[in-house]
Design a protein around this ligand. Structure first.
Ligand code: NAP
Ligand code: ZN
Length: 346
């Protein structure tokens, strides 16, 4: 065990404050790495505030983690000390079930998420708002040289969460809409454009229009403007919804063509009403949850090749509390990334 500096929460309403947490010594298949950066995902906020049900405190969140390998276990072959690596939303899984065998580790019944879960060592997992982490080698990814560690961090969750459904559905030339231009949405817009789609951004205001077009969208719509949904009726082959709050899903479903698919990745804390009749003629409403290990590495390589880069704003540990409010208020442009050097003396 080694003690590391972190920032975390002691209750759903507490500010994010300095804590010390234990990290296990690496077992034979483990990688211990020094964290350089960690992105601030909206899921961190939902969890820190117990919006999805009671979380366990003290709690350190963060699952968009990049850094440099310090030490590896005797059986590790994937990386060596000094390598640039990243970890996303998971740190372990059984490796044997049908889902794990298919590369869908995110659905493993024994899968361990990066924070707020009991890991295979019996301890509560604590996330990346900290200076080091020990992770099963399968959940450690190689970061391509061309992507800086700070800009790379958001790809470990926002990148894979949008890449996976886009890869499942997008063909070049398809009309794709990304709903919500936040952390996920601004990466998803770039990925969909890189896949050859004709991309539209649907935001609730015009305030991000220039950015949406710069990220590769050809069209931009604001839902608070009168007539937007009438104008969009029947238009899209695919819609990717990243909205973190409740939205009128029936309007989005009606913006699909008759065989279109809407994939929802946003996870609002409260139920959403859907007028299911809008799904007839033959529209599909689908969920999606991050992506598997092989797909995450594939996404990183894709982003390196196609110059997909999150737009980040670096913050220090003592700015996290304020940053959460700014994300909830849709003010972030477009992902806060915590510099782990600011969390305490190394
Ligand atoms: P984010 O940066 O806050 O972006 C969410 C966007 O949703 C905002 O930028 C805003 O876009 C839109 N929005 C927020 N409130 C709204 C409202 N009241 N009405 C309409 N639009 C609203 O959050 P994120 O980090 O991208 O995460 C988005 C959601 O995905 C969260 O719920 C998160 O938990 C979830 N998530 C899911 C997965 C998964 O695997 N399925 C993975 C990661 C995150 P505009 O300002 O452009 O309208
Ligand atoms: Zn996330």
């Amino acid at each position: 065990m080694s003690l590391v500096h972190a920032y975390g929460f002691v209750s759903p309403t507490s500010p994010c404050r300095p804590l010390e947490i234990d990290r296990r010594e690496p077992g034979p298949k483990d990688v211990l790495f020094d964290i350089s950066y960690c992105g601030v995902c909206h899921s961190d906020i939902h969890t820190a505030r117990s919006e999805w049900g009671p979380s366990t405190y003290p709690l350190v969140v963060g699952h968009e983690i990049t850094g440099l390998v310090r030490q590896v276990g005797s059986e590790v072959t994937k990386v060596k000390p000094g390598d640039r690596v990243g970890v996303g939303c998971m740190v372990d899984s059984c490796g044997e079930c049908d889902y794990c065998r298919q590369g869908l580790e995110q659905f493993c019944d024994k899968g361990v998420f990066t924070y707020n879960q009991i890991g295979y060592d019996g301890n509560l997992t604590q996330g990346g708002y900290s200076q080091a982490i020990t992770v099963q080698e399968r959940f450690v990814f190689r970061i391509p040289e061309v992507i800086p560690l700070d800009e790379c961090a958001p790809l470990l969750c926002a990148g894979i969460t949008t890449y996976s459904p886009l890869k499942r559905w997008v063909q070049p030339g398809m009309k794709v809409a990304v709903v919500g231009l936040g952390g996920l949405g601004h990466v998803g817009t770039q990925i969909a454009a890189a896949m050859g789609a004709e991309v539209s951004v649907i935001s609730h205001t015009r305030s991000k229009e220039a950015d949406g077009l710069a990220f590769g969208a050809q069209h931009y719509y604001a839902t608070t403007e009168k007539g937007t949904f009438e104008h969009l009726a029947g238009r899209f082959d695919m819609i990717l919804s990243t909205v973190s709050s409740t939205a009128d899903y029936t309007n989005y479903i009606n913006s699909l063509n008759k065989t279109g698919v809407i994939v929802n990745v946003g996870m609002p804390a409260t139920p959403v009403e859907v007028y299911v009749r809008a799904l007839s003629p033959r529209r599909t409403l689908q969920g999606s949850l991050i992506g598997g290990c092989a797909e995450t590495q594939e996404m990183l390589d894709f982003c390196a090749e196609h110059k997909v880069r999150p737009r980040i704003e670096k913050i220090s540990g003592d700015q996290i509390t304020e940053a959460f409010d700014s994300v909830v208020g849709s003010k972030v442009r477009y992902r806060y990334v915590i510099d782990a050097d600011t969390l305490g003396e190394r």
